[in-house]
Design a protein around this ligand. Sequence first.
Ligand SMILES: [Zn+2]
Length: 105
Amino acid sequence: MSRSVGAHTADPCPRCFVEAVRLGKPMSVGGRDAVGYVCDHCANAWSRPVGDDLEIYDVVRVDLPDTTLYGTVWQVEGDRVQVRGTGGTCGEWLLWVERWRVIMY
Ligand SMILES: [Zn+2]
């Protein structure tokens, strides 16, 4: 259901299914860390919980402001996750990202 838009992956809105690149914003839902999204098309708002059970070698997607990356969890340290990926234009990479940007894939 997702498609690539430049360096990003676009996802459909759960209500109107219009696909767009939405980076989300960290927020709290019922006392739990979550990421909130808003659809530009129908104004629907929804959220997803931040993964607190990430484990080494989990395959994840990382939503960064300038690109969407896919890789595996290499290290988890507090609110940071180190993700390792291969391929793409930059070959092998290793990157620390904020936990809320990481989505189990
Ligand atoms: Zn929508």
